[in-house]
Design a binder for this molecule. Structure first.
Ligand code: NAD
Length: 355
């Protein structure tokens, strides 16, 4: 089969990246995927278990901050599209150790942009469709009150080192469009959940702790609101934007699913109780909920207006929150070995320090 796209996926061993690689290999057998990942604590080859290297797929262990390695890989693989997931992604870690976030999220994005600029533009490569897709977050917009939603026109107002580093990288990507004409596109998405999510994030953390009888830490009053999107819906939106998006455009992606953290945690606990029965204690799992001291600078509410991507590209989420939680809980129940394998020593040490 002839290869119609040669796509570099960065961070393809992380949560969303691995779901994306799996989706592409299944739906687009004519694309070649080069997955570049540094394999930090969050990147795990187990997330791509069963996928073999060959014409359709290659794994490269490297750091996106290494400009020379990026340029060499672009040339060697004749990369014509980039989907850039690689990042430090956990807000709590950005508060205790922001340096890695500045390095990977800002310097790393800069080095990829440089590799793309040198390889594509200096080689007089022309594109009238997006080729560099930067995956970003709704957290760049800051915090909302009880009403309102983020649109693509909402000014950036990041409030954590994580969101500030992502906002910086979004600005850099836009600058490469305006300054050099690089064919870029940006997606700003709400909270994802689903298979292969590292168990420091809310939903897998609740699953793991409630299965092992540990407390379920909830920040502040638990009334912080996030929009939740099933990861496969996000991956499908990314493909739509990559294939049909407009150069220089940002697209908000969301699930129309605003939930308070407390609601999310309670739903996971109740779903588990229903599926596998109460734990030995005989107490419902929701009794493990413990309110802990709030995170500094905690944004109160995020809500995404995803009407632009629907109007322009016809994308909208397919999985409801209730279906998604059901699928996710089933996946974690069927993959408990995966959960144990990713909870290694370094994660445990970090976890003990935080909670
Ligand atoms: P993740 O932390 O699960 O995965 C990040 C991946 O990047 C890991 O495989 C890691 O090894 C790799 N990586 C980190 N530093 C690297 C470096 N210097 N060089 C090469 N690889 C490196 O993250 P995720 O949750 O899958 O998020 C992926 C992207 O999506 C991020 O850019 C994040 O900001 C964005 N995003 C995430 C969410 C969410 O809810 N998880 C929502 C919106 C946007």
């Amino acid at each position: 089969m002839e290869t119609s796209r040669r796509i570099l996926v960065t961070g393809g061993c992380g949560f969303i990246g691995a779901n994306f690689v799996r989706l592409i290999l299944e739906y687009y057998p004519e694309w070649r995927v080069v997955n570049l990942d540094k394999l930090t604590y969050a990147g795990n080859l187990e997330n791509l278990k069963g996928i073999e290297e060959g014409d359709q797929y290659r794994f490269v262990k490297a750091d996106i901050c290494d400009v020379q390695a990026m340029e060499e890989l672009f040339a060697e693989e004749q990369i014509d599209s980039v989907v850039h997931f690689a990042a430090e992604s956990h807000v709590d870690r950005s508060i205790t150790g922001p340096a890695d976030f500045i390095q990977t999220n800002i310097v790393g994005t800069f080095s990829l942009l440089e590799a793309a600029r040198k390889t594509w533009l200096e080689g007089k490569w022309e594109a009238n469709a997006p080729r560099f897709l930067h995956v970003s977050t709704d957290e760049v917009y800051g915090s909302l009150g009880d009403s309102g939603m983020f649109t693509e026109a909402t000014p950036f107002d990041p409030r954590s080192p994580y969101s500030a580093s992502k906002a910086s990288s979004d600005h850099l990507v836009n600058a490469y469009f305006h300054t050099y004409g690089l064919p870029v596109v940006i997606t700003n998405c709400s909270n994802n959940y689903g298979p292969y999510q590292f168990p420091e994030k809310l939903i897998p953390l609740v699953f793991h702790n409630s299965m092992t009888g540990k407390t379920l830490p909830i920040y502040g009053d638990g009334k912080y609101v996030r929009d939740w999107l099933y990861v496969k819906d996000h991956c499908e939106a990314i493909v739509e934007v990559l294939v049909k998006g407009k150069n220089g455009q940002s697209y908000n992606i969301g699930g129309n699913n605003e939930k308070q953290n407390l609601e999310v945690v309670t739903l996971i606990c109740d779903t588990l109780d229903k599926k596998i029965g109460l734990p030995e204690s005989g107490q419902p799992r929701r009794n493990l909920i413990t309110f802990v001291k709030d995170r500094p600078g905690h944004d109160r509410r995020y809500a995404i207006d995803a009407s632009f991507i629907k109007e322009q590209l016809g994308w909208e989420p397919r999985v409801t929150f209730e279906e998604g939680v059901e699928k996710t809980v089933d996946w974690y129940l069927d993959n408990q070995e995966w959960v144990s394998s990713v909870i290694d020593g370094s994660y445990q040490k970090y976890y003990e320090k935080m909670y």
